[in-house]
Design a protein around this ligand. Sequence first.
Ligand code: NAD
Length: 484
Amino acid sequence: MKAQPKASHFVDGAYVEDKAGAPIEVIYPATGEVIAVVHEATAAVVEAALASAKRAQAEWAAMKPVERSRILRRAADMIRDRGDELARLETLDTGKPIQETIVADWPSGADSLEWFAGLAPTVTGETVPLGRDFVYTIREPLGVCVGIGAWNYPSQIACWKAAPALSLGNAMVFKPSEVTPLGALMLAEIFVEAGLPAGLFNVVQGRGAVGASLVTDPRVAKVSLTGSVPTGRKVYAAAADGVKAVTMELGGKSPLVVFDDASVEDAVGAAMLGNFYSAGQVCSNGTRVFVQKGIKARFLERLAARTAGIVLGDPLDEATQMGPLVSAAQLEKVLGYIATAKAEGARLVCGGGRAAPNTGFYVQPTVFADVTDGMTIAREEVFGPVMAVLDFETEEEVVARANDTEFGLAAGVFTADLTRAHRVIARLEAGTCWINAYNLTPVEGPFGGSKMSGVGRENGRAAVEHYTQVKSVYVGMGPVDAPY
Ligand code: NAD
């Protein structure tokens, strides 16, 4: 199996290679096979990317928004037209089942391009009357934005950052995760075919140091990172030094609260989606499933039965429901958390080990019950198909326990009592919440975290504030009243 891109980077409208950069092997997680090799960006590649972005941005910002939008809409259509091919590439890059990548990854990216293309031309300023004089405001682009991606939704992340940035008149230099470098190159290629002027969306490959060199460059106005909390701290600090704007989409340990009166089938289905989709490698997953004692037995019984039916296998087979983890390192990490959970006394309900075929990085969908708040799997982000089920008795108790975490990305509530649902959601400390649903993230709704899980929001109208700045213009209509 091969998925070698035409070159490692995409700069100023064309593929660029510089083999002086350290090699990065792209490994197909289902087999461990090397399917491509790209090279880390050298300082020269980074310089070319930033220089072309800076050059291209001014002209792009001066275009009519509707003209910019037309290009992004064309890119969205091209993504949909090439859906099968792009889904296959995403599956090779990540190991996620094609059943998912065909409906979730690139399609959600196309949605964001289409939606922001529609929104951007409606973004206007305001006029503030002051009697004779007045103030008017303009929403201006920020300039050159840097996007840095995680490996779990590589193409969706690239689109979710590019769509608001470009539609609102910015340029972007994007660094994909070194684990999944392929999808962003396809996006750059599609943009150019759709008519995006050269330099507005550049892709440079590399590990953390390449990301760090982008963040500190004085030409960069804004940094949008999707990654872990430790990386977020570093990137936020580096951006603060240059007083740059940031969007931080970081990790989570989100609560999913299931009350006694909930539909057990719906709550079980949501808990499975929120722990097993993408083999559990989703930042907003509801990895602490709090189940009220009255339905605990029924919940666990249905959960075990439905989990036993999950089809693991070849990610390219449309029948496969769960693929491998993204890398050998992630496999080791997740197996380590499973071992710790067992050692700390969590009760294993199902799964709990590696899954065949052993050449790939597969882990069985795993459920632990009787998990308590202090256990490691209830506190740390596992990022694998490992669900922790905790018991609770009262609403007051579960709200306090759900909030007892440094993270605040997401939260969900299942109950038939809508008054309680809204009351509980209002008290949960999380940026992205669901009632009687989980992990649905339409581009129309703002997405992001509170507390250590992030700063700013992607998607929805909220993203406009994070890719523009307000210029306020006072217009004097009469003589200047000076006391001198
Ligand atoms: P990571 O933090 O290891 O890496 C993220 C990106 O940052 C990579 O591209 C990496 O090369 C880069 N990077 C590392 N050090 C850097 C530095 N000093 N300066 C600049 N860039 C640097 O995260 P990961 O392992 O790729 O992804 C998994 C994490 O991402 C999880 O914690 C997950 O919760 C989080 N995530 C969050 C969201 C969200 O929207 N909130 C979405 C997906 C993933």
